[in-house]
Design a protein around this ligand. Structure first.
Ligand SMILES: *Cc1c(COP(=O)(O)O)cnc(C)c1O
Length: 387
């Protein structure tokens, strides 16, 4: 069936109450008929719910749906996007292993690589957006994983998934893609050779700024390792959040189409503004990786970045002048959000480190929402004119 149909019709079996929409299963554990039922369940001869740290009907429905949307064999859902990233990597890595990662990764993922994994003797090497031809030079005998996000945050750069898939295959490495900015509606990394796809469901999957969640889908044997690690360490998604997120997926395609339509208009508007330079949106012809974006994405997504003329002070002034859009660090909400990474999310990095991940002093990231796009443009325009 088609994506939109799976998003709506992938649903748990109805209970005796014949509910139309899946109910919320707030139960920590499940009961067994007899000793034999218990034995068979615990030995996994029988697939069934035992305890909600392992599985729950709501988390299973959400996971199954995302797996179908990504074309994956299996999945596991987590309390947050970061618990999905951490648990998936920790389940697969051993002491002494090495990760090759794109340099532009989510801030907390960068902290995992640089601050926490070294504690367990797990090392990493970074490659820049313009250094994909050098990835193979970074491979060592102990390399196990290639990790990347595309589009990147906050620079909105695009990495070539087909190329990453080929390198991973050739060297027998596990390719993991954080697909948060694209969602399964716009991009399916498994088609290009990814073994695992991770989402922060907190962003566009929820889409309304309500709950946190995360999910990893992909190859069944890898997911099995991740599941066993997670059922012992306890990062499971709550049934309530899974229930919210599963319903959000029913409208993912229509929401995303509108997000993309609005974002493209905002990007086109910004290109005409004298105070906004270096406007980046994957589906603008001026985007440095426009051809790659067209090859691997259905639409350009909802994130637009640009640089304010005048650097860090102008960036702060611009943020202060914003009236309608929200000043927030989140993204992928119905409400448009503006962020100035240099003075907020990435302020702890040195200027040099910021520049390495493409964060210029005046860089602004706009997460374009679902308000009428003319109102969003009007707000950006008056703020640009006030600096
Ligand atoms: C937000 C985000 C995460 C982390 O997700 P949480 O749900 O906040 O833990 C990971 N990767 C990317 C690309 C993100 O934008």
């Amino acid at each position: 069936m088609h994506f939109e149909t799976e998003a709506i019709r992938t649903q748990n079996e109805r209970t005796q109450f014949q509910e139309h929409s899946t109910p919320l299963y707030l139960t920590s554990s499940y009961v067994f008929d007899d000793a034999e039922d218990m034995r068979a369940s615990f030995s996994e001869e029988k697939e069934r719910n035992i305890y909600s740290r392992f599985t729950n009907p709501n988390t299973s429905e959400f996971t199954e749906k995302i797996a179908k949307m990504e074309g994956a064999e299996a999945g596991f859902s987590f309390a947050t996007g970061m618990s999905a990233v951490f648990s998936s990597l920790a389940a697969l890595l051993d002491s002494g292993d090495h990760i090759i990662s794109a340099r532009s990764v989510f801030g907390s993922t960068h902290s995992l690589f640089t601050k926490y994994f070294p504690k367990w003797n797990i090392s990493h090497s970074y490659f820049g957006v313009n250094e994909v031809d050098k990835i193979e030079d970074l491979i060592k005998p102990e390399t196990k994983i290639i990790f990347a996000e595309t589009p990147t945050n906050p620079g909105v750069d695009i990495l070539d998934l087909e190329l990453l898939g080929k390198i991973a295959k050739k060297h027998n490495l596990i390719l993991i893609i954080d697909n948060c900015f694209a969602t399964p509606w716009l991009q399916n990394p498994i088609k290009f050779g990814a073994h695992l796809v991770i989402h922060s469901a907190t962003k566009l999957i929820d889409g309304q700024g309500r709950v946190l969640g995360g999910v990893t889908v992909g190859k069944a044997d890898l997911i099995r390792e991740i599941y066993l690690f997670s059922r012992n360490t306890g990062p499971a998604l709550s049934p309530f959040n899974a229930w919210v997120l599963s319903k959000s997926l029913e409208t993912l395609s229509v929401r995303l189409d509108k997000h993309c339509e609005n974002a493209e208009k905002v990007a086109q508007f910004l290109e005409t503004e004298a105070n906004a330079e270096n406007v980046k949106y994957p589906f603008l012809k001026s985007h440095p990786q426009y051809e790659i974006a067209k090859k691997q994405m259905k639409k350009g997504g909802n994130i637009v970045s640009f640089e304010i003329k005048g650097g860090i002070e102008a960036g702060r002034k611009f943020i202060d002048a914003i009236k309608l859009c929200s000043r927030s660090a989140n993204l992928g909400d119905t409400r448009s959000i503006v962020t100035h990474p240099a003075s907020t999310t990435h302020s702890k990095l040195s200027e040099e480190d910021r520049l390495e991940v493409g964060i210029k002093p005046g860089l602004v990231r706009v997460s374009v929402g679902l308000e009428h796009v003319d109102d969003v443009i009007e707000d950006l325009k008056q703020a640009l004119n006030s600096i």
